[in-house]
Design a protein around this ligand. Structure first.
Ligand code: NDP
Length: 244
């Protein structure tokens, strides 16, 4: 059941994180929104409250461990516990390796991989004390296969799958569920941050053609949360039907 759950979402300022926040709040969850763009998450929290839902916004940079601790603490302070953490924040500045975008490699590792680990570190002590919880980590189709310019991004997203499976095994006896969600092409702001213009255009053309809306993710994440506590949805891998 989603109703009355306390759900923390990183990267809630746009795309799939924002769509999931709207959907889960409409289903009766209290949502705790984290991202760097405070104006966006504050506006979203106000929109959810105006619609009769429960939401707070906490400015969060997932590359800072203390920010994730503060995000989870805000959930517990405001709503009494944390039932679900959706480690959704991510970046995808794709480029072929020989363009040596080393700063972008660093940022992908910091956000996509270390950001997920910091989220896990912040939430686990509370979930273990509660003897219940659910951690949902965003991987990608790119965590299953490598395509043009995706080597580092794919490394971070396959790393998320590896960490999640290890976590699932370790947390099985603690009544903590772990779900990997691996989307295919979804129309969001993700491609806006690709600095290599040829790679950006090729991806924009493709996702513009086949991509599905962010609400697809909302339905699927809701499905995983909605299953009874003794059922763990280990991974949801989805693509637009038209995606090869
Ligand atoms: P968006 O770019 O629309 O959303 C990404 C979110 O991540 C934003 O809310 C952004 O917020 C947040 N974010 C980025 N860096 C940080 C940071 N340092 N600290 C906190 N938040 C951060 O893209 P999507 O909705 O598509 O992406 C969501 C997830 O889905 C990502 O993990 C992505 O890799 C994954 N994914 C997306 C696919 C797609 O086709 N769209 C396919 C497969 C996986 P802000 O900038 O305000 O901090």
């Amino acid at each position: 059941m989603i109703k009355d759950k306390v759900i923390v979402i990183t990267g809630a300022s746009s795309g799939m994180g924002a769509a999931a926040a709207r959907h889960l709040a409409a289903e009766g969850a209290s949502v705790v929104l984290g991202a760097r763009r405070s104006d966006r998450i504050e506006a979203l929290a106000a929109e959810i409250a105006a619609a009769g839902g429960k939401a707070i916004a906490v400015t969060t940079d997932v590359t800072r461990r203390g920010d994730l601790d503060a995000l989870v603490e805000a959930a517990v302070k405001t709503y009494g516990r944390i039932d679900v953490l959706i480690n959704n924040a991510g970046i995808m500045p794709l480029s072929p390796l020989d363009r040596l975008k080393v700063d972008e490699w660093d940022r992908m590792i910091d956000v996509n991989l270390k950001g997920v680990l910091y989220g896990v570190a912040a939430a686990l002590p509370y979930m273990q004390a509660q003897k219940s919880g659910h951690i949902i980590n965003l991987s990608s189709v790119a965590g299953h296969k490598i395509f043009g310019g995706s080597a580092v991004y794919s490394a971070t997203k396959s790393g998320v799958r590896v960490i999640s499976e290890g976590l699932r095994q370790e947390m099985a006896s603690h009544n903590i569920r772990v779900t990997i969600i691996s989307p295919g092409a979804v129309r969001t702001e993700l491609l806006e941050h690709i600095s290599e213009k040829d790679i950006q255009k090729a991806n924009q053309d493709y996702v513009g053609q086949v991509g599905v809306p962010a609400e697809t993710f909302s339905r699927l994440v809701a499905f995983a949360i909605n299953e009874p506590e003794d059922v763990g949805i280990n991974e949801i891998l989805f693509r637009p039907t038209a995606q090869e």
